[in-house]
Design a protein around this ligand. Structure first.
Ligand SMILES: Cc1cc2nc3c(=O)[nH]c(=O)nc-3n(C[C@H](O)[C@H](O)[C@H](O)COP(=O)(O)OP(=O)(O)OC[C@H]3O[C@@H](n4cnc5c(N)ncnc54)[C@H](O)[C@@H]3O)c2cc1C
Length: 533
């Protein structure tokens, strides 16, 4: 194994492996180590969100279809309050527009990790299991990491940068002198079980039952369910038993049935904490090493993966010498705000579900049966919630490295996710997302949908102007409105993309390797785009 690498990734969980996939695709020199000798058979995270699937889709040949096939789409949720069913929420009735993956997926963390391992194997990369980072010291030129195996074999690895994807107790974060991890533990203790449940209730649904505590049922793929329970007066001095769940079920979960053959019964405490900075010199933190919050909404695993995708292309650009080291500061600028936002929102959801304040509980349990049916049948409200949970709304408008051309007032701005839509090609229909790759910027030139549309010659002129003025690798794609160019390689199906971006007149979207918009504007401002690569 190489003793000198550009990047050492400490931690081979979902965050570390997602970063490894980005760096492998970019051809960067790196190693990835994990102190565990084998992967845990138990699954913590259960949900993969649409944005994560979109971002993995950038890796053509990674077998994204296998990941989707391994997951189970959430069919819907039933809400119960004080032992009575209040409302069914039908997930299928609210379609998220503009994405190839309009569904959250239930899939065990082990399966997601297994998929990442297979995707890495295609680049001949393996997580070095059983290798623990013990000591980490950075200096002006690099970082020296002393590692040790279970048998006590030590090694010194020298890296230009070290990324701590090593979970909540991160050694990388501890080694970074300027990082704090502020926050607290929630007072409640949770009990959790993966088990079979015999019940007359429709399967494949999630159930959220509130009362004097909370009882949450999430469907797993093989007929089992995940139970997550906050129960008052639970004896926390001993390990939980299946009977604890069954007892509470009678009280709070109407028609819950009986439980048998658990594969995992555990208890845990949750924390809400975030680092003050995602970077300290040559050390970076990502995923649970940078922020931890309640699993409400199934966000953490997904946001760790987004951390890695944000950092991966930036590290590669700096290592290739295309960008100065200070470019890496934008990793903190962009991801810290997202972490804070998630922390605040999951904290609100958590308090709402698990509060033990008797006055609050009385009000909540009496008001909810009236309010929930109204909220649950309000489709635009539900859509907004789903879009937040799906992480399709993540955006970096506040970042210095994204922009919007002066005078462009379309609904999508620099820093937003590149919305998706169908494209007709001579070979059949694809999604615009399918054109994006993790190694390049992509410039999308749009003909415009109005009378003032651009011809192929106009777009060719803009393409040449752009390519002549840029040294950074970028791919250009021309997208025409229907009926504008019979020879077009890509035609915007029903004008959905033109509409979404606000391109009645011709326009361009410059998309970063991580799928976010570096710059957007009218075609007349195309020269500006080259400055945002
Ligand atoms: C009960 C429960 C339910 C959850 N449900 C969800 C959910 O539904 N959706 C969701 O998105 N998230 C959920 N989460 C959170 C999710 O599991 C984590 O956010 C996710 O695992 C974070 O991934 P990570 O790679 O950042 O860290 P981890 O998965 O913790 O991986 C860190 C890795 O670093 C390794 N490591 C640690 N120290 C060292 C060292 N010194 N040297 C080398 N290696 C080291 C560890 O062995 C580990 O493999 C849940 C968490 C819990 C506890």
């Amino acid at each position: 194994m190489q003793k000198n690498v550009d990047v050492l990734i400490v931690g081979g969980g979902p965050t570390g492996m997602a970063l490894a996939l980005e760096l492998a695709t970019q051809g960067a020199s790196f190693r990835i180590i994990d102190k565990a000798t084998e992967r845990s058979p138990y699954s913590r995270a259960l949900v993969v969100q649409p944005r994560t699937l979109e971002l993995f889709n950038r890796h053509a040949g990674s077998g994204i279809e296998d990941l989707v096939a391994a997951g189970k789409r959430a069919a819907g949720a039933t809400m119960c309050v004080s032992g009575k069913k209040v409302v069914d929420i039908d997930v299928d009735s609210v379609k998220i527009p503009g994405t190839k993956y309009p569904f959250s997926m239930t899939i065990t963390q082990n399966e997601t990790e297994h998929w990442l391992e297979k995707a890495l194997a295609k680049h001949s990369v393996q997580v070095e299991m059983g290798v623990e980072a013990k000591d980490i010291a950075q200096d002006a030129d690099g970082v020296t990491v002393t590692t040790s195996t279970k048998d006590g074999v030590e090694e010194e690895i020298r890296a230009k940068y070290v990324v701590g994807a090593d979970g909540a107790h991160s050694v990388v974060r501890h080694a970074a002198k300027n990082l704090t991890f502020d926050g607290d533990a929630y007072p409640q203790e949770f009990i959790c079980a993966d088990t079979f449940m015999e019940s007359k209730l429709p399967g494949g649904r999630a159930y959220m039952c509130l009362g004097n505590g909370a009882f949450i049922v999430l469907p797993l793929k093989d007929g089992r369910v995940r139970l997550v329970v906050s129960r008052p007066n639970q004896d926390t001095s001993r390990a939980p038993k299946l009977e604890d769940f069954e007892e509470f079920m009678q009280e709070i979960f109407p028609g819950g049935g009986s439980l048998h053959d658990p594969t995992w019964v555990t208890h845990f405490r949750l924390h809400h904490r975030c680092v003050n900075n995602f970077r300290d010199g040559r050390l970076f933190v990502a995923g649970d090493a940078s922020n931890i919050h309640s699993p409400a909404g199934g966000q953490s695993l997904n946001s760790g993966i987004q951390d890695s995708i944000n950092l991966g292309w930036k590290l590669a650009a700096v290592l290739r010498g295309e960008k100065p080291d200070s470019f890496l500061d934008t990793y903190h600028t962009e991801r810290h705000r997202i972490a804070q936002f998630l922390l605040n929102n999951t904290d609100k959801a958590f308090t709402y579900v698990t509060s033990t304040n008797p006055i609050y509980l009385f009000l909540r349990n009496n008001i909810l049966p009236w309010v929930l049916p109204l909220v649950a049948t309000n489709k635009s409200r539900l859509l907004k919630q789903f879009q937040f949970i799906s992480q399709l709304r993540v955006r970096y408008r506040h970042s210095d490295i994204v922009g919007t051309a002066d005078g462009f007032y379309g609904p999508i701005k620099g820093g937003d996710r590149a919305v998706d839509g169908g494209l007709k090609t001579p070979q059949g229909e694809i999604w615009m997302l399918d054109l994006l790759t993790p190694t390049n910027h992509h410039l999308m030139l749009f003909s415009g949908s109005g009378d003032n549309y651009a011809t192929e010659a106009d777009l060719n002129g803009s393409e040449a102007l752009f390519l002549n003025n840029t040294k950074t690798a970028a791919k250009v794609h021309q997208i025409f409105s229907e009926g504008r160019n019979a020879e077009a390689e890509y035609v915007d199906v029903e004008g959905a993309l033109h509409k979404a971006f606000g391109f009645t007149d011709p326009g361009y979207v410059l998309i970063r390797p991580d799928g976010y918009i570096a710059h957007i504007g009218p075609l007349t401002a195309i020269e500006e785009a080259t400055r945002w690569l």
